[in-house]
Design a protein around this ligand. Structure first.
Ligand SMILES: Cc1ncc(C[n+]2csc(CCOP(=O)(O)OP(=O)(O)O)c2C)c(N)n1
Ligand SMILES: [Mg+2]
Length: 685
């Protein structure tokens, strides 16, 4: 067989596996894999440095399928390249990531070929995609990470990190706002390690894009400062390879490759139709299409002889050689730069360097106190010096969020200073969320920050963080009505409830400066969970920890901060964040009146819910039914802690524009109300 025929056979294997998988599942997206098989073939078998034997080799090129509905492209190519499975502890499991059986069971329970690419589930998937636009935006974080890694770790003669990031996307990704935010940032930063390929097929679900999407996309990317290339025929493998070569030679700008394609290519009746996007072709059409490809009509899930070998001879060999050379290079590097090599190894395993928590501040008791955001800024500045690969920034609110790293040498990440640790995301919260994910997928410890109210703007990316089990960090300040005069547009109400509802996301709302320290101590040790910090704008009293319990209780999610003399409480006040001091004030009044009250500081529902029952019952004894939750946020969900016999002091409406003190009065956040509520519950008016 000639090489050309072999290439065609390999491409058609990707196509027919995709067709058969969707047909068997009776659901899925055949058309885009049929059209993009030549692209993915070219990227994987001719261009990318990726070793199927070690899909987590640190210097591999990254492949992001942003149009995640075309997942069969990825399952086909992971299968045909015999990419190996690794587990969450980064151990090679000795079996393929995606078997032919998985593909036969596409979209079925437990199959390693799910509907969309899932990072935590299938080895070889670099990021979870499906929500359109997320993949390309995440790829910008990956590109930032590569630049940063290269800047810190590459030394003369040691190009330890010189990989590229490829992302494939469709019309949907191009329409989504997050992609525009991310493309603008990538252009500004001149990320020449980044290549997006846009599948320009003029088709989305509702039909031809002439009903929705008629802008000049190429001109838009030129304006963003990208190099724009075009290949007019998605079947032209040599042109695609050439364009990707141009990308690799292009310096100072990311590359945007417009690839004109025909969805459902080769299907006599479905090509160029929206039906090819998201419906099985149908038995009869499958046969017609296979006939057109010169494929046996009745064969299913066929991998013809020679196809596995063809991939082994292409990406298999190239990847193995690249990894072998790199491993040798890294051995020499370790001899010459042992400290840097150790950092790389720790980072890859998501471990922390020795002494990562040295010099963390401890705040003395102080009635006036410290704002949560202030304490956070101090802690971040210590941690970032102890953990070289901790980096991040804010979406243009750095001075308010107090996230700037101000120590000597921290630097700002820009095109000409890629070693900087202060990222400036610009006013692009959604892209920021995805960029933080991209940093984390590259094993950096990334954080992003904005006002808590605007966490909504980043929420889809935060959700993916949790789904991917990434230890990302989101620092959200101005967490309640502390910015008073800004009014209800800036006062979060439902945000805590909505973030607490995301499975696996650790949400923490610390009650004083020392709780902020402990919150960070907890977060830094996470390896598979993202964390959100909700921090106050205004100063909160720093509790006297010789009088009250130590802040280390934060690590249990909730703890008894103050108790009735001798314990045995009759009423429990549960609060988080800025309302903890309110609870303590009320508690002191109650105790003075002989009422046995207890204050539970509850910075994190999620952490508390994961404690053993004995601990939870010791904090919230089941027999004490008089409980009051106090939180300047929606009361939604607090029933679970206060029970039927309890009360909730929270928000039932939006806030208002006024000084904080007025708002506290208007919305009932004052000690007298808490005291009165406690007495009412106990029947002691
Ligand atoms: C954020 C988001 N909105 C909507 C969807 C549902 N959806 C999946 S694919 C698709 C159309 C995508 O069109 P295009 O990107 O052109 O893909 P093609 O059909 O060309 O492969 C839509 C609306 C989604 N996955 N994500
Ligand atoms: Mg399309």
């Amino acid at each position: 067989m000639t090489n050309d025929n072999m290439v065609q056979l390999a491409v058609n294997t990707i196509r027919t596996l995709s067709i058969d998988a969707v047909q068997t599942a009776k659901s899925g997206h055949p058309g885009t894999p049929m059209a993009l098989a030549p692209l993915v073939y070219t990227m994987w078998n001719r261009v990318m440095n990726f070793d199927p034997q070690d899909p987590i080799w640190p210097n591999r090129d990254r492949f992001v399928l942003s149009n995640g509905h075309a997942s069969m492209l990825l399952w086909s190519v992971l299968h045909l390249t015999k990419t190996q499975a690794v587990d969450a502890e980064y151990e090679n499991l000795g079996h393929p990531s995606v078997s032919l059986d998985d593909i036969r069971r596409f979209r079925q329970i437990d199959s390693r070929a799910p509907g969309h690419p899932e990072y935590h589930w299938v080895s070889g998937v670099e990021t979870t995609t499906g929500p359109l636009g997320q993949g390309v935006a995440t790829s910008v974080g990956m590109a930032i990470a590569q630049k940063w890694l290269a800047s810190r770790y590459n030394k003369p003669g040691f190009p330890i990190f010189d990989y590229n990031i490829y992302a494939v996307c469709g019309d949907g990704c191009m329409m989504e706002g997050i992609a525009s935010e991310a493309a603008s940032l990538a252009g500004h930063l001149g990320l020449d390690n980044l290549c997006w390929v846009w599948d320009n097929n003029h088709i989305t679900i509702e039909g031809d894009t002439n009903i929705t999407f008629t802008e000049d996309v190429a001109a838009r990317f030129l304006a963003y400062g990208w190099n724009v290339l075009r290949v007019g025929d998605a079947n032209d493998i040599d042109r695609i390879e050439h364009a990707l070569g141009v990308f690799r030679k292009t310096k100072g700008r990311p590359t945007f490759l417009v690839l004109d394609s025909h969805i459902g290519w080769g299907s006599p009746n479905k090509q160029d139709t929206p039906e090819a996007h998201g419906e099985p072709l149908g038995e009869a059409e499958v046969k017609l299409t296979k006939r057109g490809y010169g494929w046996p009509e009745d064969a299913q899930f066929l991998v013809p002889g020679g196809v596995y070998d063809h991939f082994a001879a292409g990406i298999g060999q190239r990847g193995a050689t690249a990894r072998k050379n790199w491993t040798q290079l890294f051995t020499a590097y370790r001899a010459k730069h042992p400290d840097l090599a150790a950092e790389i190894e720790q980072m890859q395993r998501r471990e922390l360097p020795a002494g990562w928590d040295r010099n963390l501040p401890s705040f003395p008791a102080d009635a006036k106190g410290v704002a949560g955001r202030e304490a956070s800024g101090k802690v971040l500045n210590v941690l970032a010096q102890n953990i070289p690969w901790l980096l991040g920034g804010s979406a243009d609110l750095g001075p308010s969020n107090k996230t700037a790293l101000t120590y000597e040498g921290a630097g700002s990440f820009q095109a000409d200073t890629p070693g900087g640790k202060n990222l400036h995301y610009g006013i692009r919260e959604h892209a920021m969320g995805a960029v933080v994910n991209g940093l984390s997928l590259s094993k950096l410890r990334g954080y992003g920050s904005t006002f808590f109210i605007f966490s909504d703007y980043a929420r889809p990316a935060i959700r993916l963080s949790a789904l991917m089990e990434l230890p990302t960090i989101f620092v959200f300040t101005h967490d309640a009505m502390g910015d008073g005069e800004d009014g209800p547009t800036h006062q979060p109400v439902e945000h805590l409830a909505s973030l607490r509802a995301i499975p696996g996301l650790v949400t923490l709302r610390p009650g004083d400066a020392n709780e902020v320290v402990e919150a960070y101590r907890y977060i830094m040790q996470l390896r598979h969970e993202p964390a959100v910090l909700a921090l106050s704008r205004q100063p909160l009293p720093t509790f006297d920890r010789s009088k009250y319990a130590p802040a280390a209780g934060v690590a249990k999610g909730a703890y008894v901060l103050a108790d009735a003399p001798g314990g045995n409480p009759e009423v429990i006040l549960i609060a988080s964040g800025s309302e903890v001091c309110l609870a303590v004030e009320a508690h002191e009044k109650l105790v003075a009146e002989g009422i046995r009250s207890r204050v539970v500081s509850m910075p994190s529902w999620d952490i508390f819910d994961h404690q053993p029952k004995e601990y939870r019952d010791s904090v919230l004894p089941p027999n004490v039914k008089a409980r009051i939750a106090i939180e300047q946020a929606s009361t939604f969900g607090w029933e679970r802690y206060v029970g039927d016999g309890g009360r909730m002091i929270g928000m039932q409406t939006f806030g208002a524009s006024a000084p904080l003190k007025e708002l506290q009065k208007k919305f009932g956040f004052h000690p007298d109300r808490v005291v009165a509520t406690a007495k009412e519950l106990l029947g002691r008016q």
